[in-house]
Design a protein around this ligand. Sequence first.
Ligand code: FES
Length: 107
Amino acid sequence: MPKITLEDGTFKEVAEGTKLVLAIDDCGCDILHRCGGNSRCTTCRVEILEGDAGPIGELEQERIGREADWPANRRLSCQVRVTGDLTVRVLSTATSTGMPRGSRPID
Ligand code: FES
């Protein structure tokens, strides 16, 4: 099973095909997902530090295409399906922003 590791070393093994945002959530991280995983808000953004997060889908590309200076390793975790080991940096959490997290995305 693929292993998802956060920057602080927390990790979780998840079934292949799991949405990355849910894997991060299940690591105990309070990552934001304000639009509920619908590729609208970008608050679930992460940086891929190690591993291959797979191709960028049409919905994700359309949304990140509206952002200026979007780094190549930055992804919308609600749009990534885990297929292999990844190490990620979570960029927006409820703790760091004071914002409500949003409803948990559907698997
Ligand atoms: S873009 Fe809103 S939760 Fe991913």
